[in-house]
Design a protein around this ligand. Structure first.
Ligand code: DP6
Length: 360
C-alpha cells in the first residue's frame, strides 16, 4: 500500500454529533527505532511487545460545524483539566493527517484524555496518546464510511498514529508488532505497523514487563532531537544494518522459544540504543547510576537463579524487566528484595504483553 491508498473517496454517510472513545496501550521495543526521515519514516525496522496496563484513554466528542472552518477547532482536557500547552502538538498532528481525513475542519472536537500511568513517571505517553487519538478519529471516519474493513481500519489507524509519533504506529494491535520495511518480513512497511506474521512460541504469549521507575524527571533529550542525531552519526549505517539482522535472528528465536538468544538480542539492542546516544554529537548519557546498578543485579540474579530475566531500556533511565510468566513469583520477589531500592520513591509498574487497543 502507498500513502495514496489512505486518501478517502467520497463518504457515504453524514454524522452531525457523536462521541467515540478508545483505550490504547503503550509498547516496548525489542529492536529499537532510532533514526528517522521526515514524517516518521524510520531509518530501520523495529519490533515491539504491545503492553497491557500502561495505556491512554481518549474520548472525542464531535459536533459538525455549519460550515468548514479555516483552522482546526478543538478543546483539549488532560486528566479533567484544560491543557493549552498540549494543543500545539495536537495541532501539528491534525495538520499532518488532514490530507487523509478531509473532514477534520468540518467539526468541533472536545478531546478528553488520561493515562493509566503517572504523568511524570518518565514513561513516554506519545505512543499510547497518539494511537488513541488516531483510533478515535478513524472511528469517526468509519461512521462516515461504514463499509470500511477491519483490516483497512487498523492499517490506517497505525498509519495516522505514525504521523503523530513513530512508535505510536506499533500501539494499535497486539501482541507483537513490527514496523518498517524488512526484506525478510512479508508485508512489512515503513508506513504502518503490522502484526508479526510468523510463528511465535507459547512462552512469548504472556511475557511480563515490570517497569522500574528510576528517574521520573523530564526527558533530557526529546526523541525527535535524538532521532535527528542519527543523521550525521559515524556508526549509523552499521547500526541500521544491525537492526535488520536482529529482526531476522528474532524470527527463529520467536519460533523456537529460544530465551537465551532472545536475551542476547534484546539487551544488546537496549545498550546499542544508548551507545548511539553516547557517541552522537552532541552526546548524551541517559542512564543513571541506578540504571547500571539494576542491570548488574539482573545479570547476577540471572546467573544464580537460572531464570530468563532480562532488561531493555527506552531513551531514558527507567528499566523494563522482561521475563516469562512461569518465572513471575521468583522475579517479583527478586525485584522487591533487590531492585526496588534503586527506584525513585520505590515505584515500579507491573505490566505484561497485551493484545491491542480497545473501543470503549
Ligand atoms: C527509544 O516514537 O518517541 O522508544 O517518532 O519522534 O515521536 P518520534 O519518536 P518516538 O521514538 C521512540 C524511540 C524509542 C525506541 C522505540 O520505541 O522503538
Amino acid at each position: 500500500m502507498t500513502e495514496k491508498d489512505f486518501i478517502p473517496v467520497a463518504y457515504t454517510n453524514d454524522k452531525a454529533t457523536g462521541v467515540v472513545s478508545y483505550k490504547s496501550p503503550s509498547n516496548i521495543a525489542l529492536v529499537k527505532y532510532w533514526g528517522k526521515k521526515d514524517h516518521q519514516i524510520p531509518a530501520n525496522p523495529s519490533i515491539s511487545f504491545t503492553l497491557d496496563h500502561c495505556a491512554t484513554t481518549t474520548e472525542v466528542a464531535y459536533t459538525k460545524l455549519e460550515q468548514a472552518a479555516s483552522d482546526f477547532s478543538f478543546d483539549l482536557f488532560f486528566e479533567g483539566k484544560s491543557k493549552e500547552d498540549f494543543k500545539p502538538k495536537i495541532k501539528t498532528f491534525l495538520n499532518r493527517i488532514e490530507g487523509y481525513l478531509p473532514f477534520l475542519k468540518s467539526y468541533h472536537f472536545i478531546i478528553r484524555t488520561s493515562n493509566s500511568f503517572p504523568h511524570s513517571s518518565g514513561i513516554a505517553s506519545s505512543a499510547s496518546g497518539m494511537s488513541a487519538l488516531a483510533l478515535c478519529l478513524m472511528e469517526l471516519e468509519r461512521e462516515l464510511n461504514p463499509g470500511m474493513t477491519a483490516e483497512y481500519f487498523n492499517k490506517k489507524a497505525s498509519f495516522l498514529a505514525r504521523l503523530g509519533s513513530g512508535s505510536a504506529c506499533r500501539s494499535i494491535e497486539g501482541d507483537i508488532i513490527q514496523w518498517g520495511s524488512h526484506e525478510e518480513t512479508q508485508g512489512s512497511s515503513d508506513l504502518y505497523g503490522i502484526k508479526y506474521p510468523y510463528k511465535v512460541h507459547e512462552v512469548f504469549k504472556d511475557f511480563q514487563d515490570t517497569i522500574l521507575l528510576v528517574d521520573k524527571g523530564q526527558k533530557q533529550v526529546s526523541s525527535s532531537v535524538g532521532h535527528n542525531l542519527m543523521h550525521e552519526h559515524p556508526f549509523a549505517s552499521q547500526r541500521f544494518a544491525q537492526a535488520h539482522e536482529n529482526l531476522f535472528k528474532l524470527q527463529s528465536v520467536f519460533e523456537e522459544g529460544n530465551l537465551s538468544e532472545f536475551i542476547k538480542i534484546v539487551e544488546s539492542e537496549a545498550l546499542t540504543l544508548h551507545a548511539m546516544m553516547m557517541t552522537s554529537m552532541p552526546y548524551f548519557i541517559l542512564m543513571k547510576p541506578n540504571t547500571l546498578e539494576i542491570i548488574n543485579k539482573i545479570w547476577a540474579f540471572r546467573e544464580a537463579s537460572n531464570t530468563h530475566i532480562c532488561f531493555t531500556l527506552d531513551a531514558g533511565a527507567n528499566v523494563h524487566v522482561l521475563y516469562p510468566a512461569n518465572e513471575k513469583d521468583l522475579v517479583i520477589q527478586f525485584i522487591k528484595d533487590e531492585l526496588v531500592a534503586y527506584c525513585e520513591n520505590g515505584q515500579y509498574i507491573c505490566d505484561k504483553i497485551g493484545y491491542g487497543a480497545r473501543k470503549l
